[in-house]
Design a protein around this ligand. Structure first.
Ligand code: FES
Ligand code: FES
Length: 165
């Protein structure tokens, strides 16, 4: 067991954890923070996306011990206009992927604004205008939605980007 400390959604949590426990299992099984979902448990669906020190990660692929001292934000810690935009634009049906979609979108926008390119980034793209629909679809492609709410998800993100421009 290794003692680690996380700042989870603004609260300090100290836990003893075996070195093989994923951040996802720590959150869900030991800290009872269940907003973050387990889909594939192998890095393929994005349902487990959380923010670690502001960067989006797949919590199922993250060993909890590696995040000692980190600030972890799950959907329970998010208060952002994007959440209302998901409702307005029908960005979900069953909602299972939604916590991951929202955390991922917030991380994605931070990456975009920091100038990180994607495979569809054009050289003349102006960051201040916000990501295009193609950029959003590419950058969110690691978050799958079995309900197929992709059009609503993209519309919600575009709505928030337009409001912040
Ligand atoms: S549960 Fe982590 S990517 Fe699917
Ligand atoms: S809303 Fe059901 S999986 Fe996305």
């Amino acid at each position: 067991m290794t003692g680690i400390q996380l700042k989870l959604n603004g609260c300090v949590e100290s836990v003893d954890v075996e070195p093989w426990v994923s951040l996802l299992d720590l959150l869900r099984e030991r800290l009872a923070v269940t907003g973050t979902k387990k889909g594939c448990d192998q890095g393929a669906c994005g349902a487990c996306t959380v923010l670690a020190d502001g960067r989006r990660i797949n919590a199922c692929l993250a060993l909890a011990v590696c995040y000692d001292g980190s600030e972890i934000t799950t959907i329970e810690g998010v208060t952002h206009p994007l959440q209302e935009a998901f409702i307005r634009h029908d960005g979900f049906q069953c909602g299972y992927c939604t916590p991951g979609q929202i955390c991922s979108a917030l991380g994605m926008l931070a990456e975009y604004r920091a100038g990180m390119p994607s495979v569809v980034t054009e050289g003349d793209e102006t960051i201040a205008d916000g990501p295009s629909e193609a950029e959003i679809r590419e950058r969110m492609s690691g978050n799958l939605c079995r309900c197929g709410a992709y059009n609503g998800i993209v519309a919600a993100i575009r709505d928030v980007v337009a409001a912040e421009a």
